[in-house]
Structure formats: C-alpha cells, structure tokens
Design a binder for this molecule. Structure first.
Ligand code: UDX
Length: 436
C-alpha cells in the first residue's frame, strides 16, 4: 500500500522507515525543506540507533522517499499518517494542536482518493473528532475515515519498539478504518502482534494513560529512594523485591534524578488539562508532576551538599557526565541536567560537561556550561563529579585516572551506575540515589 507520513521527526521518520521495511511504499513529508534536503542526502535529522541504515536500505529499495509537497505525497495513499508535533502550549500546558489541524485542513483540500487519516501524534481525547470535522468541512468528495494509532516508541529503542510492539492500538469508528489499518500492519498482524481495536477516544486516552502510569511508576520509586536514604534501605533491592511480583513488574523502577524527555512531561500536563476540562481530576498525576519537577531541583542540591553546602560550593568546579534525558538519544527536552546545571550555576559553581550525543542541543540551553570533548576533560580539576545520564561510556571509567584528574575524589551518581562499596574502597566520597 502507498502510505503518506506527514511529519518526519522522531515519530514520523521512524514509523515511515519501519512501514517501508514492512514492504509498503512510504513517502515521508515535511515542510522543513532543509530537513528533507538532508534526508535526501542520507543525513538523519535526529539521532536514533539504526535509523540511518534502515532509511538507506529502504530508499535504495525504492520503498521510501521524501517530499515537502503534501499534495504530491498523499496522492494515491491508502493511509495518511499525521505525525507532527503536539508540544505543550506555552503557559497552560495544553497540547498545541495547531500543527495537527493545519495538516488536517491541507489533507482535506488535497485529498485525491479514498483514504484513512491516521493520528499518530499524541493528541488529547476528542482530537480525532475535530480532525473528522475539519475533513468533512473541506467538502472532499472522497471517502475517508479518521483513526487513532498512538505510538509507544522509546527514544533510543524506537525501531525495536515499532517492529516488536507489545500491542498496536487502533481507535476506529468504522470498518473502512479497521480494514485499512489491518492492511497497514499486516506484517505484524500475521506474526500475532496483538492488535487492539477500540473506539477512537479510548485509543487517544490509552496513550496518555500509559505514559502517565509509567511516569507514576518512576516517581513512586524515586520517592521510595528518598525514604530509603532516610531509613537505611537500598532502593535497588526494594525495586527488585517489589518488581518480582508480576502484578508490578520490574521495569521502570530505576530511581534517578526524575523523568524528562519529549513525552512524559508533556503528556502528563496534557492529561491534567483534559481531566480539568472534563471536571474529572486525576490527583495522582497532579502529584507526579509536582514531585518530578521538585526532584530535578533537589538533585542540584544533592550535588551542592557533596561540595560541602551552598557557601562552600561557591567558586568550585563540577563535572556533569551526561546531559540528555536518557542515554542513546541526542534529545535534551526536559532533561534533569538542565535544572541541575542551572542550580549549580546559580550557586556560583563552575560547570563543565560531556555528553556523547547531546552537547549540540544542550549548548543553547546551558550557555554557562563548558562543553568538553571527553568525560576526562570535564573531570579535570573538578571538585565533584555528577553522573546525570547513564551512558555506557560512563559505566567503566578509569577510576585511578579520575582520581588523578579531579581536584577531589567526590562522585554523585544520580543513576546508581556504580556500587557504593567499590567506590569507597577506591577512595571516593560517593553518594547516589536511594542507597547509603
Ligand atoms: C516514553 C515511553 O516509554 C514511550 O512508550 C512513549 O511512546 C514515549 O515516552 P521516552 O520518553 O523515549 O519513552 O523514554 P523512556 O525510556 O520512557 O524514559 C523516560 C524518562 O524516564 C527518562 O528521563 C528516563 O531517564 C526516565 N526513567 C525511565 C527513569 O528515571 N527510571 C526508569 O526506570 C525508566
């Protein structure tokens, strides 16, 4: 089937390349000419492991192409995916749907054949109804159905998550929508990937409920970590102990500096707004948002404490290892590193940092931070080292070299990469999250 993917960012490009790899004929569309030009030269606009090879092989096979023209891109497409951004609107946290609606209007004006319009972007409950109204108002003579098909892709693992999904959620209101989506995902459908057909609003809410629940799980273990530090328990052992109950599960129980990224912060806020609009408050998610925001700042204080407190910290140097919100991505959106760096700068601390992929995006967000070419360059002369993102590159540092380079052997491990006993035996003043 010919498939059009409108929006070639983190979601659209990965989804389009994977659908092409399934054998479909995919056109990835974006209005950003420079992004399309780079894609046509084989240059990826985002860092996602394996994406460049996947795109290259499918372009070579003639299954994947790129265009800035929506009209040309959707011509003959049986399924037209809307995968444009829905960022938090400045100020009130509502999802900004202006890009989604603009694409819906343009599709209505350009549609040249019967098609299913698929909202792949994360959109508040009821958005599909509005897209349907826009398309109906366009007066198109062609049959269309608006379907919700939320993505559950983790950055850094997006291709695997797309090709081996736990489930495919399809929110459809008619047989036309359901039949076309079965054809789109036929390769997965045949290997028994569980396709869940629900109504459109349930599908839209499933996406928010899933992310809010995952954010809640992380925030729960983060608060357990704080309690562990007070009572002398080990949060990793507590996480293992509860995670072995298959009703809880062991994933997303890694205590850290708080969640970031392009989804959890945005989607939890958007869910709060939906709940407010429908006068059905979601108080647990309200608490999750508050706790997570304050945690990022608390991590900055944790580093200052390792320097001997606010007054002692002034004029000292800290090395931040890792800036991105998680490893294997270049994405800095809502990364805890931003709040941590700011609290250190505000306390008069000099900050040097290293991140394998994120420094280009980080520079404008933290202008007072010195970016370096390696973890050891950042560590040179540091009075404390803070591990903020658990990149593999930081998991086996040469501790003797670290001690030689640093002004003081102080490490704050916000991702619990190292073992406290090992680090103290190596002569470090070592603190971490939820462990003594
Ligand atoms: C998330 C969801 O996992 C994915 O299903 C959805 O489609 C998009 O949002 P992503 O934001 O890419 O994916 O990253 P994820 O791996 O979920 O991590 C999100 C944040 O939670 C990161 O800041 C990460 O460091 C943090 N996290 C994750 C923890 O602090 N502890 C954990 O155990 C897991």
């Amino acid at each position: 089937m010919k498939i059009a993917m409108v929006g070639s960012g983190y979601v659209g490009l990965v989804s389009g390349a994977c659908l092409a790899d399934f054998g479909h004929d995919v056109v990835c569309i974006d209005k950003d000419q420079s992004k399309i030009d780079r894609l046509l030269e084989g240059v990826m606009p985002i860092y996602e492991p394996g994406l460049d090879a996947l795109v290259e092989s499918n372009v070579k096979a003639g299954r994947l192409s790129f265009s800035t023209s929506l009209a040309d891109g959707i011509a003959g497409a049986g399924a037209i995916f809307i995968a444009v951004g829905t960022p938090s609107r400045r100020g009130d946290g509502h999802a900004d749907l202006s890009f989604v609606y603009a694409v819906a209007r343009e599709i209505g004006q350009s549609l040249a054949n019967d098609a299913v319009i698929v909202t792949k972007s994360t959109v508040p409950v009821g958005t599909g109804d509005e897209v349907e109204r826009i398309l109906a108002a366009s007066g198109t003579p062609h049959r269309f159905s608006v379907v919700s098909n939320p993505e559950f892709l983790r950055e850094g693992a997006a291709i695997g998550d797309f090709k081996r999904p736990d489930r495919i959620v399809i929110g459809a209101e008619d047989d036309f929508g359901r039949e076309v989506m079965q054809e789109v995902y036929r390769p997965l459908f045949l290997n028994e990937s569980p396709m869940l057909f629900v109504n459109r609003r349930s599908s839209e809410l499933i996406k928010y409920a899933a992310n809010a629940f995952l954010a809640t799980k992380i925030t729960f273990i983060n608060e357990m970590a704080d309690l562990c530090e007070k009572v002398g328990a080990n949060v990793q052992d507590v996480a293992r102990g509860i995670g072995m109950d298959n009703r809880i599960g062991s994933k997303f129980l890694h205590a850290g500096p708080g969640y970031g990224g392009s989804c959890f912060p945005k989607d939890t806020l958007a869910l709060l707004k939906t709940a407010e609009d429908y006068e059905s408050p979601v108080r647990i998610v309200e608490a999750v948002v508050k706790v997570n925001d304050s945690r990022k700042r608390a991590m900055g204080r944790k580093v200052l404490d390792a320097l001997g407190g606010m007054d002692a910290a002034r004029g000292k140097k800290v090395a931040l290892l890792g800036l991105t919100f998680k490893p294997n991505t270049d994405d800095m959106r809502d990364s805890p590193a931003i709040a941590i760096a700011q609290s250190l700068i505000d306390a008069g601390v000099q900050v040097a940092a290293y991140d394998p992929e994120g420094m280009e995006q980080a520079r404008p967000l933290m202008p007072d931070v010195t970016m370096t070419d390696s973890p050891y360059d950042a560590i040179e002369g540091a009075d404390a080292i803070a591990i903020v993102t658990e990149w593999d590159a930081f998991r086996a540092l040469d501790l003797n070299r670290v001690k030689e380079l640093a002004r003081a052997p102080v490490m704050v491990d916000l991702r619990n990469i190292y073992k406290p006993d090992d680090m103290r035996a190596a002569g470090f003043h070592y603190s971490s999250v939820g462990r003594d």
